[in-house]
Ligand binder design. Structure first.
Ligand SMILES: Nc1ncnc2c1ncn2[C@@H]1O[C@H](COP(=O)(O)OP(=O)(O)OP(=O)(O)O)[C@@H](O)[C@H]1O
Ligand SMILES: [Mg+2]
Length: 368
């Protein structure tokens, strides 16, 4: 069945502010297609899948399956939708450890009151479809990751749902296992059924009919990069504030300070010359997750819009910079990977070189 998402907004209330990982998103997935949700960590892929699965209610906008709006369902209609319309495959398989492959596949059918005989036949057929007949009596612990994922896919198909959702289905698999699971996922997209896969794994890209890029929107800005000259202790931006700039330190230190629920402050990171920070706000329209202030020697910095910054580091590698956003990491662990600080305030070209090098170094770590 066709799946249509129209002007969807999903917000989370988080403490004092609101996160909006899905912001006016629209797309259409015709029946029989395999669609990929692609985007950096935190961009809202799992959030969107949760809404499509009827687990989460969107803030506004609609989801329709086969021409019927499903996003406002409640009560028994919602239960029926979850059970019969969508099948879900998780990254971590989520099989019941004490049940055999057959029993895991049979569980949703038995729960829906399907007779034992019909269930047994259907489970056997599903396990055959995923080439797991010879392991039907095995417990999950006796199966490889790829085999467990195939059983989980069979289970998701128990009610022959017209929509199959998979969240990072290959993330825990080695490359040999990935192949069988990819073939299987591709084969699921056939007339009457749409398949939507959220992934970081660009190996899946050639299999897709449709790619939905969940790259966050650019904060438009045609103005020039700005320079900031801060005295010791002076605040650049406050935790919880909104801002559209990514900063590169030219001179001095910038302390990243996190305030917890009790109001206690701790320095979670120190940015040195050549380092960049503050990308999460402009990338995701998120409030700043920490305060940035100059260290004891003061600091000079350059502030870029997301577009300007992406021109420096290259758009393709922009998602690679996100690893840096985990300010919670201990300072020591991060400083080990840092490029040698430059002594003088770097020119724009030097900043470009340092930023590009850091991104290149971090890219493999950002993949799963
Ligand atoms: N229950 C929740 N409450 C508040 N915020 C949430 C909740 N779940 C997710 N978020 C936030 O919403 C944003 C999107 O999260 P989501 O898990 O959908 O991203 P993702 O694209 O699936 O990331 P990943 O690739 O790492 O799985 C993140 O900023 C996340 O911190
Ligand atoms: Mg996710």
């Amino acid at each position: 069945m066709d799946l249509v998402v129209d002007d969807l907004v999903i917000e989370y209330a988080s403490g004092d502010y609101v996160l909006r990982p899905v912001d006016h998103l629209s797309f259409e997935i015709p029946s029989g297609s395999l669609a990929l949700l692609l985007g950096p960590s935190g961009c809202g892929k799992s959030t969107l899948l949760s809404c499509l699965a009827g687990i989460l209610t969107p803030t506004s906008g609609t989801i329709s399956v086969g021409g019927k709006v499903t996003s406002g369902l409640t009560g028994s209609a919602l239960t029926e939708y979850r059970r019969k319309t969508v099948g879900i495959v998780f990254q971590s398989f989520n099989l019941v450890p004490s049940l055999t492959a057959t029993e895991n596949v049979a569980a949703p059918l038995r729960a829906a009151g399907v007779s034992r005989d019909v269930t047994a036949k259907r489970a056997a057929a599903l396990l055959e479809q995923v080439s797991m007949t010879d392991r039907a009596d095995h417990l999950p612990a006796k199966l490889s990751g790829g085999q467990q994922q195939r059983v989980a896919i069979a289970r998701a198909l128990a009610h022959e749902p017209p929509v199959v959702l998979a969240d990072e289905p290959t993330a825990h698999l080695d490359y040999v296992q990935v192949e069988a699971v990819l073939r299987l996922i591709r084969s699921l997209a056939q007339p009457g059924r749409s398949v939507i896969v959220a992934t970081h794994d660009d190996r899946i890209l050639p299999l897709a009919d449709i790619v939905i890029e969940m790259m966050p929107k650019f904060v438009e800005g045609s103005e020039r990069p700005v320079t900031e000259d801060l005295n010791s202790g002076q605040v650049l931006f406050e935790q919880g504030s909104l801002g559209g700039k990514i900063y590169v330190v030219d001179k001095g230190d910038i302390e990243i300070v996190r305030r917890d629920d009790t109001g206690a402050e701790s320095v979670v990171f120190v940015n040195k010359p050549g380092d960049h920070f503050g990308e999460m706000g402009p990338l995701f329209n998120l409030p700043r997750s920490a305060t940035a202030r100059a260290g004891s020697k003061g600091a000079k910095l350059t502030g870029y819009t997301l577009r300007q910054f992406s021109e420096i580091v290259g758009l393709q590698t922009l998602s690679g910079v996100l690893g840096k956003a985990a300010y919670g990491q201990p300072v020591k662990a991060v400083t080990k990977k840092r490029a040698a600080p430059t002594k003088a305030a770097p020119t724009k070209a030097a900043a470009k070189k340092v930023a590009a090098k850091k991104v290149a170094a971090k890219k493999p770590a950002s993949r799963r």
